[in-house]
Design a protein around this ligand. Structure first.
Ligand code: DUC
Ligand code: ZN
Ligand code: ZN
Length: 472
């Protein structure tokens, strides 16, 4: 066989959500065209010997924040640094956010976000449309966005006064998305009550970052989760609960799924590895853990891991929302130190885009909690299915995009911000030893990461028009 656009991966152990076998993978014109043993091509073509390596479908991270503006703060990773960081961590597709509001229509928001990403993204991308202003016109726009612009998922916040949606707005939006194959992602926390608790704590002089954690009770996450589940039940429209952090809201999700209400849910690595004991210190270093929902009890971790095993939770995403700890790092301003004297001013979020596959491989697969198939399902296949990207993304199969991660399950490495790709100046996982390393990453057949080298280009990543959601 001869063709200059051909790439051959030899002898990898291919892991999908359902299978595990050794074979060769032949790629042409961005797609996988054959999976069988003993494929041969002429010597001068791209041949990668992958004996001893796992071939995983490229990770799909359906919850990232690159160049997102919240209040005065902009997340510190841009589409180039953030997508490069994702690639080094084995992720080849992200779904980020476009922000609609009263003065920016749905279409303008999407065009704006595509404008930020194009010519910068090193991996493929799409956006959930954040809905913070609902009126008659914006409900009409929703239909158009789903049917004509390739954006089939949305996000609504039940917290944060500036962007919060009330129950009526969520109800109205669910009616439209439910009838048009769309899906609304929900940040479920009772915003008004939490804002009241925050004010009370600041008034008492409890201003250090740890008080963020103690101002956002788990039962207020559970209450909002329950409330939005009822709206989903009422409208018969699917919902996706982002960043489930605790058993209280998880139990709401489990109960709803038992009743066949169309609820899907994710958790994020930080809730699996860290707990609220970090908030006990008065040190400003705790600002690293100022995320919403906050870290929960140690006992919640094991419950979340087991929920991932049992499919009570379907996805692990990162909620990569990075802000630097040092003001002015790489020229970034209005970062975590904004809240030096008042935790409520600390921008909420933590990084994770670069470490998702490695830490879940270590904490899940190496610890014997997750099978390799389930690992792939959680980080790639199911997010692709839920968000309308499967089978283009999320699997290794003939006809799918050749997004492939060659992963050495034996190579040891230690996570450190000193050698990561992201603009952020810390890692939650600093010093964590991982048995397993991303060796090569292919995006639509092109090699973009080769050991420790970035060999991709910042205009190869493309905007993905997505189809009907919840094909799971
Ligand atoms: N929730 C998110 O989903 N992302 C960033 C901040 C937040 O609270
Ligand atoms: Zn959120
Ligand atoms: Zn988020």
């Amino acid at each position: 066989m001869s063709n200059s656009s051909i790439t051959l991966i030899k002898n990898s152990r291919i892991i999908t959500d359902k299978s595990d076998f050794v074979s060769d993978i032949l790629i042409q014109n961005e797609k996988i065209i054959s999976i069988e043993k003993g494929i041969n091509v002429e010597e001068n073509f791209n041949v990668h010997n992958a004996e001893g390596l796992l071939a995983l479908p490229g990770g799909v991270d359906c919850h990232t924040h690159l160049e997102n503006k919240f209040g005065q703060s902009i997340t510190c990773d841009t589409f180039d640094t953030g997508t490069r960081a994702a690639a080094f961590g084995g992720t080849t597709t992200i779904i980020d956010f476009a922000f609609q509001n009263k003065s920016r229509s749905a279409q303008q928001a999407i065009e704006y976000s595509i404008g930020l990403a194009e010519n910068k993204a090193g991996i493929d991308y799409s956006f959930h449309l954040v809905l913070s202003h609902i009126d008659q016109q914006s409900l009409i726009d929703l239909k158009n966005v789903i049917n004509n612009l390739g954006i089939s998922s949305f996000k609504m916040f039940m917290a944060y006064p500036a962007i919060m949606a009330n129950d009526a707005a969520i109800y109205q939006s669910l009616k439209v998305t439910g009838e048009n194959g769309g899906l609304i992602c929900i940040h479920a926390e009772n915003g008004p009550v939490i804002d009241q608790i925050v004010k009370e704590n600041i008034k008492k002089g409890l201003t250090s970052p740890g008080h963020h954690g103690f101002s956002r009770p788990a039962i207020m996450e559970a209450e909002a989760t329950n409330r939005v589940i009822k709206l989903s039940e009422l409208t018969n429209a699917p919902i996706y609960i982002v960043h489930v952090s605790c058993k209280e809201s998880l139990y709401e999700v489990i109960a709803a799924r038992k009743k066949k209400i169309k609820v899907y849910a994710e958790t994020c690595p930080h809730y699996l590895f860290f707990d609220d004991s970090v908030y006990k210190s008065d040190d400003f270093d705790v600002a690293k853990y100022v995320i919403s929902p906050p870290l929960r009890k140690k006992e919640d971790q094991e419950i979340l891991w087991q929920a991932l095993v049992k499919d009570d939770l379907q996805v692990i995403s990162t909620d990569h929302c990075p802000y630097t700890m040092k003001e002015g790092h790489l020229g970034k301003t209005n970062q975590k130190p904004l809240g030096l004297n008042d935790f409520s001013k600390i921008p909420n979020g933590a990084p994770g885009i670069e470490t998702r596959l490695p830490v879940i491989f270590e904490g899940g697969v190496n610890k014997g909690i997750l099978s390799l198939n389930r690992f792939v399902e959680l980080v790639s296949t199911t997010p692709a299915k839920i968000f309308g990207l499967f089978p283009q993304k999320g699997t290794i199969a003939v006809g799918s995009d050749a997004d492939i991660v060659l992963f050495d399950p034996k190579e040891k490495n230690t996570i450190s911000a000193s050698n990561h790709q992201s603009n952020v100046d810390y890692s939650l996982y600093e010093g964590m030893e991982i048995n397993g390393k991303v060796k090569k990453v292919f995006l639509r057949g092109s090699l973009i990461v080769d050991k420790d080298q970035w060999v991709g280009s910042y205009n190869y990543g493309k905007f993905l028009k997505r189809g009907e959601t919840c094909k799971v």
